[in-house]
Design a protein around this ligand. Sequence first.
Ligand code: SME
Length: 157
Amino acid sequence: MAENLIIAEGGKEEKYELLYRQVASLVEGERDEIANMANVAAMIHCTFGFWWTGFYRVAGDELVLGPFQGPLACSRIKFDRGVCGTAWKQQQTQVVPDVELFPGHIACSSLSRSEIVVPVWQGEKIVAVLDIDSEKLATFDEVDRVWLERIVELLYK
Ligand code: SME
């Protein structure tokens, strides 16, 4: 795939649609999971200009920081802790409109106001989560959930 990310004009749907196609083409030509996570984080981050976009990978009973874009983040998160650990435990995407109202939210940055965490499946197992933080309240909705779930599905297809 070309090394240039193309960002669609228009709304979120249009942006995700083009992003999805570019991710599909990227992962088709590369099977290294870290390389793919790194580029997928960069592509999402640059398309939308989020505050923090990255992966935490499952390692035993913890999540360990993986490829990301944005400021320094916590290295390890326990099962069931924070939004990330909750998404892993509940095996479900977490859409958090206001992180201050989420019990146990881990504040890696005080500027983060809303968040989405999407489990990454390899077959029947969750092997990572995609975490995105926004400086604005209520950034993420069903459109983000649906498209981000589709995008991370491409990683281990
Ligand atoms: N807020 C996350 C922790 C990771 S950072 O935001 C990058 C959580 O509560 O799981």
